[in-house]
Design a protein. Structure first.
Lengths: 526, 111
């Protein structure tokens, strides 16, 4: 399916690039994906030459200017890589430790162990798959649009997009709004490209099917799966005789499932930064556009950065988690984690880039609903939902603003953006130094989503429990009725006996009176 | 503009995730159930009492252990039946682990 999609995208793009299409035909590859890739390799040299000639035509000295442009472009690439890695770090810092929200809340793992485990497994997960990275570096933004915009401008646009993402991330963090680093990243990139390269620059089919729709659907499906999994976990272990049910054992299981979640995070979250860096490398020509796989050093750098961010960000989750997820039971946590891990891993395999935080939140809500007697707090749920929907367009807006600066002011715009980035990074650093914990910043998003479900202290009985209760009540009623009937029978018997005795007595009395009367009569007759 | 959306892929993800999660949870829960049946009810107290967990006393921690021991003593099953249940429990846990490994292998090798 992926191949077919790429094929369509390729044939669409080729309309504006007649010569390349004929070149592809010369290569004679039949498969859709290959045509697309083939076209790219053919186009690449022309990009650089046209880009360079456009500069040289206006410049007095050919060599100097060419050198300067290459230097500027290289500088911007370095800036993009640095900013992308910083984004990776912040992503690990306040998203990825969420993988450990539920095991800490149920006491399956010590907070410090949990955070260390999350960091290590994110590192491992980052090496497992590169599908998501390929989605970003090779699908969303059309290469032909990059070409028409010019590599230099396009690099600045990626830069602007990253600025948009980081700004929005920080803003939501300061305001305590639920948000998603991943959506901020996509929003920023898309917004910047829209401004810089126009509507044609975005492959909307790809954006819809690999980012927007997964973003909307994944938390809901994760919730549904978690709901079903929670029902299964409880119904399989439920006992009706009051003996130990062994649900404590889910605490052991949670160690494994939460590790799996951390691993899944690595396969999805770290990939996003790899994709952005690879996109920048392809644009400047340091990496061939023929393949979209990230270079090994990119993978290693991203993996270690996100792991470091996770580990350093862990203290936050240790301190704050206790205030949120108070009511998660081991069986429920186990179900939520397996649903999160399964959803993220399956999505990573197909290259869907989704927000891991939102999937984890969806699972916590779904598994909460799977417990008996739970009700939704619609206010909290609505707030979370709005935050989810808002992130992409809002980050897009910020990214677009940053891109406008670049389009209007050229390299000066990049410089202004860079200054803004430094200010934001400093602000973020100072903010993280401040130790105030208020309700606005205290809770992780996953913990907050747990608040959307209200659970009673004593759950209502299950149908079978109701049946058992009914049967008990009936048996009791029957016993009582029997008891009553017995008592009645006894009373009746006593009554009968009394009546009999009375009758006897009366008969006796009557007899004696008749004998008296007889004696009288006898006496009279005498 | 021709927008192609791959709906089948969404369904694939949903089906795969549902299947995987359901398999893991079912086998693990079944394993626990059999473990309890074999007279070895797991008693796992929280690793650390964070703010989220109500701290309980040593005595309260011991109570579930005592209950489990009592239930095991009163179990009407024979030794053979208990062994079968224990083997079944470990079998379920193994299946659960196999499902996880298979999922990760599919992710790594599948592409």
């Amino acid at each position: 399916m992926v191949c077919a999609e790429r094929g369509t995208a390729g044939s669409e793009g080729s309309v504006s690039h007649r010569p390349t299409l004929s070149q592809v035909e010369l290569t004679g590859t039949g498969e859709g994906g290959r045509i697309y890739r083939g076209r790219l390799t053919e186009v690449k040299p022309t990009v650089n030459s046209s880009f360079v000639t456009s500069i040289t035509s206006t410049s007095p000295s050919f060599l100097n200017d060419r050198k300067r442009t290459v230097e500027t472009a290289a500088l911007i690439v370095v800036l993009v890589i640095a900013l992308a890695l910083f984004f990776d770090f912040t992503n690990g810092f306040h998203d990825t430790a969420n993988a450990m929200a539920t095991p800490i809340a149920t006491g399956a793992l010590k907070p410090k162990t949990a955070v260390l485990l999350a960091a290590v497994l994110n590192l491992v997960g980052a090496f497992l798959s590169t599908e998501v990275s390929k989605t970003i570096s090779g699908g969303i933004i059309r290469e032909d649009a990059i070409i028409s915009a010019g590599a230099d401008l396009f690099l600045s646009l990626i830069f602007a997009g990253l600025i948009g993402a980081i700004t929005w991330n920080m803003l939501t963090w300061l305001l305590g709004l639920p948000s998603s680093s991943s959506h901020a990243l996509f929003g920023g990139l898309i917004g910047a490209t829209l401004v810089g390269a126009g509507l044609g620059g975005i492959d909307f089919g790809m954006v819809l099917s690999k980012i927007v729709l997964p973003a909307l659907i994944a938390p809901v499906t994760a919730g549904l799966i978690a709901f079903a999994a929670t029902k299964i976990a409880y119904s399989v272990t439920r006992r009706y005789d009051g003996k130990p049910d062994g649900r404590d054992g889910f605490r052991w299981g949670q160690i494994f499932t939460s590790s799996l979640v951390a691993l899944a995070h690595g396969t999805n979250d770290a990939q996003k930064t790899m994709g952005v860096i690879t996109l920048a490398m392809i644009t400047i020509g340091w990496q061939s556009g023929a393949h979209h796989e990230p270079e090994l050093w990119v993978i290693i750098a991203c993996a270690f950065t996100i792991a470091l961010g996770t580990y350093l960000g862990g203290w936050r989750i240790i301190r704050t988690l206790g205030k949120g997820l108070t009511d998660v039971k081991p069986a429920q946590g186990f179900a939520a984690e397996s649903s999160t891990a399964a959803t993220i891993l399956a999505s990573s395999a197909l290259g869907f880039a989704l927000s891991t935080t939102q999937v984890a939140s969806g699972s916590v809500i779904g598994s909460g609903l799977g417990r008996r007697g739970s009700t939704v707090r619609w206010r909290t749920a609505g707030r979370i939902g709005v935050g989810w929907l808002l992130t992409l367009p809002a980050a897009g807006g910020v990214g677009a603003l940053a891109a406008l600066l670049v389009v209007w002011l050229g390299n000066w715009g990049v410089a202004i953006d860079a200054v803004i980035a430094v200010v934001i990074i400093l602000g973020l650093f100072l903010r993280s130094r401040r130790n105030a914990v208020t309700p606005a910043n205290a809770m992780s998003d996953v913990a907050e989503s747990g608040m959307a479900i209200e659970l009673p202290d004593t759950p209502p009985p299950t149908r079978r429990q109701v049946r058992i209760e009914q049967a008990k009540a009936e048996a009791k009623a029957r016993a009582e009725a029997r008891e009553k009937a017995k008592a009645q029978a006894k009373a009746q018997a006593r009554k009968d006996a009394e009546a009999k005795a009375e009758k006897k007595a009366r008969a006796k009395a009557a007899k004696s009176s008749t004998s008296n009367a007889g004696a009288k009569r006898n006496g009279e007759s005498e | 503009m021709n927008v192609v959306i791959d709906w089948i892929a969404f369904f694939q993800v949903f089906a795969a995730a549902l299947l995987g999660a359901a398999a893991i949870v079912t086998f693990y829960a079944l394993g626990l159930r059999l473990l309890v049946r074999s007279g070895r009810a797991p008693v796992v107290s929280p690793a650390e009492f964070t703010d989220a967990i109500t701290a309980i006393s040593e005595k309260e921690l011991k109570r579930p252990e005592k209950q489990a021991a009592k239930a095991a003593r009163k179990s009407p099953l024979t030794e053979g039946q208990k062994t079968v249940a224990l083997v079944g429990a470990y079998g379920c846990f193994a299946l659960c682990a196999a499902a996880v490994v298979a999922g990760i292998l599919m992710l790594v090798i599948g592409h």
